[in-house]
Design a protein around this ligand. Structure first.
Ligand code: ADP
Length: 751
């Protein structure tokens, strides 16, 4: 039976129970009445037969029959009870009542009571909505009445009574037929209503399904669009940054600053929309990782300190020094929530101070992080508190019209905290200030007290700051898998000074061979590779029986640094991910994070060495020795004809080492992929075309050719969407650009 039908049906099980109980009571009452009649007739000397015969015929026999009916009905009930949805069970109390009525009417021949008795089972059928049953019961009632009439006629000796027997019987039959047809009409009407209700239930369910599907489609659309919008916004902001850096005209600077502020607002808005649509479509998941408590607090503070200072607000941090020094949870999302509170506190406070307090709550063995942001701002009216976490809701618009906001921040925060199984508490007095508290359960990794958060952060910072020259790991061995040789070379060179042994391979297949032979401390794996991509290689490696690297942390190298990839890779089992082009700082941090402590040998830096090289600082602030400086200057001169190369960014990606940079430029030219790309283009081999241009996207960015990288990105995206028309439109220009870059480099280096 349809779900809709079941939903609008009466509760038949309950009705059956009730009717059955009614049948039992009826049998008991009938017995009592029979006893009363007997007493009256006995003492009035009105019994025609002998007492024994009367008692047997009118009291014992009908009572036994009635009890038998009830017992049989109960036995059938018990047998069928297993499946309570079985409609046949509706017949039991109705037929039981019908039989009881027959017994009473036939034995007592009291027509008017017989008449009213038969109405009971007929009425019962209307509750069960069974028209067939109704007709049957009415027919049986009429038959029962006729039988009773005949029996009465035959057994009555009194001729005066006999005259009235058949007319009374006819009246009884007529009345029963009227009741039967009324019941049948009622059933017709309820049937119509029921059908309408079913139609209604079905339509509303369909509408609900459609609404849910539309909502999912909306969220997916928003998520996709936000991502598509973010990319050009980032490009606009990036270009604007260049204008701000290079421009000397105050008027243009003014314009560029406006672009900066509007662009950033747009970016915040798009990020919020992206987050909310991801949460709504269920795509956002909590990703746990270990984090340092003091760094977390420091980051929260740092993100807002400048804005608070600019507004003349005092920003204080109050931390419980007993907090555990290392925790496990989704630090990124928690920071997003706290930063939102802090950002609101700055936005909605004109003067006074903001206090960020961090404490703990220990409840039945679970640790919760308690973070409160208190401000002396405009506060929130009592009546607005209930809508505080609704999407796109902002208050006091007149007063706050100059304050930027979307009304999404708190809605996102609430959903994120719910995902983390935490809670948000708000207290506010209008005109005096507000206090937002987030309480989230986190796991403790290191219970040793954090102490003074700032001091601890500085200690960690010092360990990290000196990392570039501060560690060597001669006994460490890592494997780098990437199909683009330039990328491999960059990593090898970036790690040269650490003395880590770096093996490189250019395909998934080669990687599997290597992991079967050698045990590595860390494996860096590119995502997009021809034939076997990074994901598949990883899965096969973990499955493989021969692998000596079942527990080796594998870090994904990816040029697709979009929101959400982190979750995706971590879920697939990767230990972490590193965006491409790989930066020396990040690469070494990553190695320090995953390399066993006993393999790291700290190296003390020699400050005098740095002081001695006072020549100049270029490309991100690393001091260059005379040779490197010379190289860099020569390169600068050589590439002056070539305005599209960003030498300093190429330098920074190559660890600010000019030798490395030059050798990587050479590798880039040696690995000219034009023929392969042209071949895929001619063969319309879109999959390999995508992989090849993807490689150029990261390798050209590594050496500072961002224009070529951008063109490659456009083609990669077109290939991903199988937009052959766009590829046809852009392919020729891209190849010409690629050609220009290679000949530009070769020419410059030949000078
Ligand atoms: P937004 O700040 O982008 O408008 P939020 O969701 O973060 O969106 O906040 C919703 C509204 O709650 C704000 O528009 C503001 O009216 C009110 N609000 C939030 N935080 C504070 C605060 N610290 N003090 C006063 N009002 C606040």
């Amino acid at each position: 039976m349809d779900e809709e039908m079941l939903a609008i049906m009466p509760d038949y099980v309950k009705w059956r129970e009730m009717f059955f109980r009614m049948d039992c009571i009826f049998v008991g009452v009938a017995f009592l009445m029979e006893c009363v009649f007997f007493v009256i007739l006995y003492y009035g000397n009105l019994i025609e037969e002998s007492t024994g015969v009367y008692l047997f015929l009118y009291l014992i026999l009908p009572s036994i029959l009635n009890v038998l009916i009830i017992l049989t009905a109960n036995a059938i009930r018990n047998r069928l009870r297993k499946d309570n949805t079985e409609m046949r069970q509706n017949l039991i109390p109705v037929y039981a009542m019908l039989l009881i009525s027959m017994v009473i009417s036939v034995t007592h021949c009291a027509f008017f009571s017989a008449l009213s008795i038969y109405c009971i089972p007929i009425c019962m059928t209307t509750v069960f909505g069974d028209k067939k049953l109704c007709r049957r019961v009415t027919t049986f009632s009429v038959v029962g009445t006729v039988l009773a009439t005949v029996k009465h006629f035959l057994t009555t000796n009194n001729t005066a009574d006999q005259v009235w027997i058949f007319p009374e019987g006819m009246i009884a039959v007529c009345i029963l037929m009227i009741v039967g047809s009324v019941a049948s009409k009622v059933l017709d009407m309820t049937e119509g209503q029921k059908n309408k209700l079913i139609d209604f239930a079905r339509t509303s369910k369909e509408i609900q399904h459609q609404a849910e599907a539309a909502n999912i489609a909306k969220s997916a659309f928003l998520a996709n669009m936000s991502h598509e919008i973010r990319t050009p916004i980032n490009a606009i902001l990036g270009m604007n940054e260049m204008i701000l850096r290079e421009n000397r005209n105050p008027q243009i600077e003014e314009y560029a600053k406006s672009i900066y502020s509007a662009g950033n607002s747009l970016l915040y808005l798009v990020n919020d929309v992206l987050d909310i649509s991801k949460i709504e479509s269920g795509k956002l998941e909590v990703v746990e990782a270990n984090y340092d408590t003091s760094s977390f607090i420091h980051d929260c503070y740092n993100m807002i300190a400048e804005r608070a200072e600019r507004k003349g607000l005092e920003l204080k941090v109050e931390c419980n020094p007993e907090l555990p020094s290392q925790l496990r949870g989704d630090e990124v999302r928690l920071r997003q929530v706290v930063t939102n509170f802090l950002s609101n506190a700055v936005k909605y406070t004109k003067q006074g101070n903001i206090i960020l307090s961090v404490d703990r709550q220990q409840n039945q063995g679970t640790f919760s992080f308690v973070i409160t942001v208190k401000d002396t701002g405009i506060g929130i009216k009592e009546e607005n508190m209930k809508d505080l976490f609704s999407q796109f809701t902002r208050f006091d618009l007149e007063q706050n019209r100059h304050i930027e906001g979307t009304g999404l921040g708190l809605a996102i925060s609430r959903q994120l905290v719910d995902l983390m199984h935490g809670e948000i508490q708000v207290q506010s007095i209008y005109g005096e200030g507000s206090s937002f508290t987030v309480i989230v359960p986190q796991k403790i990794v290191d219970d040793s007290p954090m102490g003074d958060y700032h001091k601890r952060y500085q200690e960690i910072g010092q360990t990290n700051a000196g990392y570039q020259q501060s560690f060597k790991a001669r006994n460490a061995r890592i494997l780098v898998v990437d199909d683009v040789e330039v990328n491999l070379k960059v990593i090898v060179n970036l790690l040269k000074e650490t003395e880590v042994r770096v093996d490189t391979v250019q395909s998934g297949e080669q990687c599997l061979l290597m992991v079967a032979q050698n045990a590595y401390d860390i494996i860096f794996m590119d995502h997009m590779m021809p034939e076997m991509d990074g994901m598949e290689t990883y899965a096969r490696m973990k499955e493989s029986e021969e692998s000596l690297n079942k527990d080796t942390p594998v870090i994904m190298l990816t040029a697709n640094a979009i929101t959400g990839v982190r979750e995706q890779y971590l879920q697939a089992g990767f230990a972490d991910y590193l965006p491409k082009p790989v930066q020396g700082v990040k690469l070494e941090q990553m190695i320090l994070k995953f390399l066993p402590q006993d393999k790291i040998q700290p190296v003390v830096t020699e400050p005098e060495k740095q002081e001695a090289s006072t020549d100049t600082a270029v490309a991100g602030g690393k001091f260059l020795d005379a040779k490197a400086l010379n190289n860099f200057m020569v390169l600068q001169k050589l590439f002056q004809e070539y305005p599209h190369v960003d030498l300093s960014s190429g330098f920074s990606y190559c660890g600010q080492n000019s030798d490395v940079y030059i050798s990587i430029l050479q590798t880039f030219c040696d690995n000219d992929k034009r023929d392969e790309i042209n071949h895929c283009y001619e063969q319309k081999d879109i999959k390999n075309y995508q992989i090849l241009v993807h490689g150029i996207k990261s390798s050209s960015l590594n050496i500072g050719f961002s224009d070529l990288s951008e063109s490659a990105r456009v083609l990669e995206e077109a290939a991903r969407q199988e937009n052959w028309m766009l590829i046809e439109e852009k392919h020729g220009v891209f190849i010409a650009e690629y050609q220009n870059v290679i000949s530009g480099i070769l020419q410059a280096m030949a000078e």
